[in-house]
Design a protein around this ligand. Structure first.
Ligand code: FAD
Length: 307
């Protein structure tokens, strides 16, 4: 892995750096590029604007690694309130939610995370929309897939996320490519050891393409999350080869990243979903976005140093 990326991802877990970044006046400007705001109203407003541009959305209430039951409960309440708002604003047919199990209690007790995620899924069903379970670091993958299987007994539309950098993922794609299965494929955003993950960027890309083939050959609904221009092109080619029509798969990109490309793909008739994060706990999310692109980091460090 690129040493700068490793350094930034390590800083993501360091309290002193967290404090420095969170209190720097410049942070807000940088955060605003990737995060839609701190409140549900900010998020719903940004969602309406994206929908008006022909895009669809998945909303993430920021927060992760909760070891506090009360905080996990507050996260569930935030999702329930958000789903109500999406329904009231008639956005629920264009906007779903993404949930990190670690934000709803996974580190405390897998059953608690399952119960909390079930409450969010039941509310989503009432509102006429869906839920996708984000993928976190590899130590949580088995637990997250167990929870996914449980949730799918009641709500078969619950989406999974698989990370192409993990060596296991091609097999997971094959397993999860059945009828009706919604699977988001991304490269993966955490610092992982080479024993479980490909370290070389080219190897990750090759794995991504193998996984694209598995998902397109299957009977599920693949959701290809990448900004990588080469991969976007390959996905289009492979989709045509597998005779996949627009509407039988989708592209996904992050809020604030390649907005022109998001709209170009939508105008070409594709379903394009924007991952829209909001909330006060933006630190871990921001650090992963900075780690992905050295240009973002340079911009951020210059601003932090007041230059
Ligand atoms: P890269 O090789 O990182 O980037 C390719 C090109 O895209 C770059 O050259 C640049 O032009 C552009 N680009 C990429 N990132 C940025 C950026 N931050 N700022 C500006 N330009 C950029 N990861 C997880 O581990 N779990 C998840 O649940 C998860 N969900 C995701 C959901 C969505 C919708 C998306 C798009 C990504 C998600 N990710 C998730 C993150 C993902 O794993 C990657 O870390 C991230 O998408 C960067 O990989 P890339 O495929 O865009 O390719």
């Amino acid at each position: 892995m690129n040493p700068l990326r490793t350094l930034i991802l390590a800083a993501a877990g360091n309290d002193a750096v967290r404090h420095l970044v969170a209190t720097a006046p410049v942070s807000r400007a940088v955060v605003r590029r990737f995060v839609a705001g701190e409140t549900a109203s900010d998020a719903v407003g940004a969602t309406a604007a994206l929908v008006a541009d022909g895009l669809t959305v998945t909303l993430d209430h920021l927060g992760e690694d909760t070891t506090d039951r009360a905080l996990a409960e507050r996260t569930v309440q935030a999702y329930l309130a958000l789903l109500d708002r999406l329904h009231a604003e008639r956005l629920a047919d264009r906007a779903e939610v993404s949930v990190k199990l670690s934000a709803v209690g996974q580190a405390l007790d897998e059953r608690l995370a399952l119960e909390n995620a079930s409450r969010i899924c039941a509310a989503a069903e009432q509102c006429g929309t869906t839920v996708t379970l984000d993928a976190e670091d590899h130590t949580t993958t088995d637990s997250t897939l167990r929870v996914l299987h449980e949730l799918r007994r009641s709500w078969p539309w619950v989406g999974a996320v698989l990370q192409a950098y993990l060596r296991r993922t091609q097999a997971d794609c094959r397993e999860l490519a059945g009828p009706g299965s919604r699977v988001r494929l991304c490269k993966g955003a955490y610092a992982e050891p080479p024993s479980v993950a490909f370290a070389d960027a080219h190897e990750v890309d090759l794995s991504y393409v193998r996984c694209v083939n598995e998902l397109l050959a299957g009977e599920g609904y693949p959701m290809f999350a990448t900004h990588d221009p080469r991969l976007v092109e390959i996905i289009g080619e492979r989709a045509r080869w597998h005779d996949r029509k627009p509407g039988t798969f989708e592209y996904q990109m992050l809020y604030g990243v390649r907005p022109d490309e998001q709209r170009r793909l939508a105008r070409a008739g594709n379903t394009v979903r924007i991952y829209l994060p909001y909330g006060e706990q933006w630190y871990g999310y921001l650090m992963r976005r900075l780690a992905e692109r050295p240009a973002n980091t340079t911009f951020f460090l210059r601003a932090l140093a007041g230059r």
